[in-house]
Design a protein around this ligand. Sequence first.
Ligand SMILES: Cc1ncc(C[n+]2csc(CCOP(=O)(O)OP(=O)(O)O)c2C)c(N)n1
Length: 373
Amino acid sequence: MIEPKYFYDLALAHGTDFFAGVPDSLLKNFCAYITDNAPSEKHIISANEGSATALAAGYHFATGKTPLIYMQNSGEGNMINPLLSLADPDVYSVPMLILIGWRGEPGVHDEPQHVKQGKVTCDLLDAMKVPYHVLTAETADLEKKFDEAYAYINEKSAPYAFVIKKGTFADYALKNNEAVQGNMSREEAIEKIMLAADEKAIFVSTTGMASRELYELREKHSMNHEKDFLTVGSMGHASQIALSIAMQKQGRKVYCIDGDGATIMQMGGLATIGSRAPKNLVHIVLNNGAHDSVGGQPTIARKIDLCGIAKSCGYEIVKKVETIPELEDSLSNLENKLTFIEVLVKKGARKDLGRPKSTPIENKNAFMEFLAL
Ligand SMILES: Cc1ncc(C[n+]2csc(CCOP(=O)(O)OP(=O)(O)O)c2C)c(N)n1
């Protein structure tokens, strides 16, 4: 296995001292190492992977140095536009090293949302003409791989990628793991929201543990799953799915259960929601100030005014709640107006949290039948 420190030191030795990206579970030990060890002005956990690519470009323009960006392969799509229209040698020719965590690698069992992305991870790099090397726990000559990568990067002034297989990095526990204050867990908040909703209410939940918790809570309360659309991939897009449903199903309440990292990843969606202002949509952001589902790296969500953003985007009712009674009170007094509720929750999840047992297609079919009622 590769020690995160060794990898980080090799990057430094090759002149790379700036890091930007979105955390990933496969890269979590390396992400944690950067979070703890890179000076804060040299590390930005970006809103999305496209932003990371642009931050890297800006750093290169300002310093002449080669930055590093990191992401889960789910983020390749977010990176594609700035990679091809900004960093590509046919445009501004920006050198950078790209680290991509390979979820859904063919032959390795993974969740359904990772399967297709896993199959095309390297094909996408081929199509973009970004050369890459696959790193594994067995990679012995990492220094040589770095030399080869930087020989290309420096000669062509262009991006080069390392595709990282599961289990490549040795353990590293995040030290800079600030406790995020909260009176309730994300799961407790979801339970209250789920139980407060009426029979015909529709749920759209975000990527990561929130959807897994909603699934398990339905089981715990012997409820079926047809009310829930689990946005298992497509991080940041749950709110737009919910908006579109709310506009078509005006007689029914639609609850979007969102995460703070996901909300920030596609924050423009709030403006679209506000401009349409469906009265039946309740957009709830469970703010734990972290990318909890992939290792707990911090987001900036506890440092910005999410409610202020929602208000200025046109949400009619905007509330921030910190305690279970406050949450219950908001849920039992919902008005027929576009509502935004920011719920401050703790980081962390149950160790024995399971995963949905039905397939995405089964989930969608049952959900569409429920919407048609
Ligand atoms: C485009 C994209 N980038 C990265 C990921 C990996 N990922 C899955 S869940 C998650 C964190 C989500 O954070 P947040 O929305 O705050 O919810 P939390 O996990 O804290 O409940 C990340 C980064 C992804 N699925 N898709």
